[in-house]
Design a protein around this ligand. Sequence first.
Ligand SMILES: [Zn+2]
Ligand SMILES: [Zn+2]
Length: 367
Amino acid sequence: MNSKAAVLRDFSKPIDVEEVELLEPDPEEVIVKIAASGVCRTDLSIASGHFGNVPLPLVLGHEAAGTVYEVGSRVSNLRKGDHVLAVWIYSCNNCDYCLSGRPNLCKNGNTSLLNATMPSGKIKIRDKAGRPVHHGSGTALHADYAILDQRNLVKIPDTVPLDVASVVGCAVMTGVGAAVNTAQVKPGSTVAVVGVGGVGVNVVQGARIAGAEKIIVLDRYDNKLESAFKFGATHSIKTDGDPKAKLRSIVLDGVDYSFEATGNHLNMELAYSLIKPGGTTVIVGAESPTATISIPALDFVGSQKTIKGSWYGSTNPRYDAGRYINLYASGKLLLDELISAKYEPSQINEVFSDMESGKIIRGILVH
Ligand SMILES: [Zn+2]
Ligand SMILES: [Zn+2]
């Protein structure tokens, strides 16, 4: 079938919406009519070449919700018309990582993600000339229709608006998951979040749900700091000047947990500098593959600190997506407030520039 999709052909060049063809779904695959897709900083990093060798051309997009349009012959728990949201890690339930309870590290899911293919390894998108177009992030969701393995989809109640559900698949999973799964923030603890964009504000609300006493947000943009209070921030610090000293005027020894949610190595080092002895820093943002961070070696040992990476919020993707939708339905997780602006699919380049200038938290494309 034919679809329109945001295709990346060259790094650092504007993205065009092109007519593409989706091949017939295999037995475990599903075609979804996308209602809305969230634009993530990672889309921008892929498009700018920040992550290096991503196979091109590809359809961008790894966060969306929509309606099931067609199902393969072995899809048992989804039918046409069901409301679904997409998760960008496929979990095979067969590899060592899945079997040991770390489905976010699924070897097969992460391989298709990096190779920008379906989990089967196939490429099922063609351009007008009949040439293959890769599945960006293994999902290719900035499109009117997307083809996905059934294990990349989560059925959601019809009562949850699809545009709202579209931001769960990356921003919420990554941010809330980092606080509740990776760090396991304890009630009464203190938290600092460096960078309060789409992922950072979700770290904030994850920490709030987990019962943190103080949630200190750090960012270079005033509007982002201000909006973080809606999600549960208790204090804010602008990162110009000496953010470390400003933080220590709020919490003398530093915080129990700090999070980096910008994908910048200097901010990762800043996050580490904010924790107290025994504290934990969680790195959430995705940096370029060649970037490194350095920390004071003796302090790391002598203050018994911990640094953890958080990949997809250490989630069990399909189970946690359902949990987060339930938290939204009960009023504990804010999703409507996450969406700063809605755009036409052809405006994706404008979303990127609004994101870079700090104008928006999360922009979504309405298909
Ligand atoms: Zn993302
Ligand atoms: Zn697996």
